[in-house]
Design a protein around this ligand. Structure first.
Ligand SMILES: Nc1ncnc2c1ncn2[C@@H]1O[C@H](COP(=O)(O)OP(=O)(O)O)[C@@H](O)[C@H]1O
Ligand SMILES: [Mg+2]
Length: 364
């Protein structure tokens, strides 16, 4: 009996059809390598971690076909080798965040306008509406999500047969990843732009996010090169711009709208934070930072106004003690305003249909 040749195995594998894309394994480039030793065959596939049932379908149809086509075949092993590669080594590509329905960046032109506060409370509000939600802290230089969600642990590592991934941490039903989990307290992040986007890429590819309806990205404040690189790196369905009503904040928020227009990411709407203050004793409304700025910006930019959130010490306290107000005081007017914004956001996102997420293939 003659020894098996790679060509024979390839011929046989060209008869195996991938259950999802319905193409044969050879012509669609899924065969990475074939190792033959004493008629035992090991096949290495260029297929990144498929769902369990897909995996076993592929395995059994390879095994059946090879046994039928090659009578002399010994044992058959199939290995799935995800195409994730260490940053900067090769040009291989992978489809990222394919189990996430909507990816939404929360951005602002200016720091300190409450972007992280809005991102956290929106995430919790979407969770309360029944959606599966993740929050990715992309503010590599000033990660505040761990504190705001009261998470003080290190992520665990999940190892499947081929690759290791970090498991997101969880609180209030939200899955969370932040550079803050990986740094010791007070350790400064001295990374420059390219490293920041590299870290965010890794948070997309090397974290086990699983199925999510919404993955919210808390972006670093500003509209410079770092932010632009990030919004080009992340496959975004859309964005939310946070501003306060005052002119200095609006000028920068306008730049935020422009930045997303430049990269063709829809702006789902404007959120006006610190909109007004309700005096606890009299119930009177005070427009501390002016009135109507967010709505004005939305109108002139032809995007939606998703709503306003009042300024209130309890919102700040909620952030500082790691208990978001939407969770802590669900019946307060403040929480209701945030829930209404979340509902408006869902409506805007759903207008895009099935995710609207561009199929970005990133080179790592
Ligand atoms: N609506 C609000 N009412 C009271 N304090 C707020 C409100 N929004 C944000 N803050 C506080 O303002 C500060 C800056 O908010 P943060 O979310 O960290 O801003 P950013 O992420 O834009 O830098 C935090 O101390 C936060 O608790
Ligand atoms: Mg922040």
């Amino acid at each position: 009996m003659s020894d098996l040749m790679k060509g024979d195995v390839l011929d046989a594998l060209s008869k195996v059809i991938h259950p999802e894309d319905k193409k044969d394994l050879v012509s669609s480039g899924k065969i990475k390598d074939i190792v033959i030793s004493n008629n035992d065959i090991q096949i290495i596939l260029n297929v990144s971690s498929p769902a369990h049932h897909i995996k076993s379908k592929i395995e059994s149809s390879i095994s059946e076909t090879l046994k039928k086509e090659l009578s002399e075949v010994g044992s058959i092993t199939v290995n799935f080798q995800p195409m994730v590669t260490p940053i900067g080594t090769t040009q291989q590509k992978e489809q990222i965040l394919d189990k996430v329905k909507y990816t939404i960046a929360v951005a602002s032109g200016k720091g300190g306008v409450g972007k992280s506060t809005v991102a956290v409370n929106l995430a919790v509000a979407l969770g309360k509406l029944g959606y599966k939600v993740g929050l990715l802290d992309a503010d590599i230089y000033g990660p505040s999500i761990p504190l705001m969600l009261g998470i003080n642990e290190k992520p665990k590592i999940y190892q499947d047969t081929k690759s290791a991934k970090m498991l997101p941490l969880e609180n209030y039903g939200i899955k969370v990843m932040s550079i803050g989990f990986l740094l010791d307290d007070n350790a400064p992040v001295i990374w420059r732009g390219p490293m920041a986007s590299g870290a965010v890429k890794q948070f997309m590819t090397d974290v086990k996010w699983d199925e999510l309806d919404f993955l919210i990205f808390d972006l670093p404040p500003g509209t410079g090169d770092i932010q632009l690189t990030l919004v080009q790196t992340i496959p975004l369905s859309g964005s939310v711009i946070v501003t306060t009503p005052q002119e200095v904040s609006l000028i920068d928020a306008r730049k935020g709208v422009k930045m997303f227009e430049r990269v063709n990411v829809p702006v789902f709407g404007i959120v006006e934070n610190m909109s007004y203050f309700i005096a606890p004793d009299t119930g009177k409304k005070y427009d501390i930072f002016g009135y109507g700025g967010g709505e004005k910006l939305a109108n002139e930019s032809d995007v939606n106004f998703l709503g306003g959130i009042p300024i209130d010490p309890r919102i700040r306290e909620g952030g500082d003690k790691g208990v978001p107000i939407v969770f802590d005081l669900p019946d307060s007017e403040h929480s209701k305003s945030i829930l209404a914004i979340a509902e408006n956001l869902v409506k805007e996102a759903e207008k895009l249909g099935s995710g609207g997420k561009p199929k970005i293939e990133i080179s790592l």
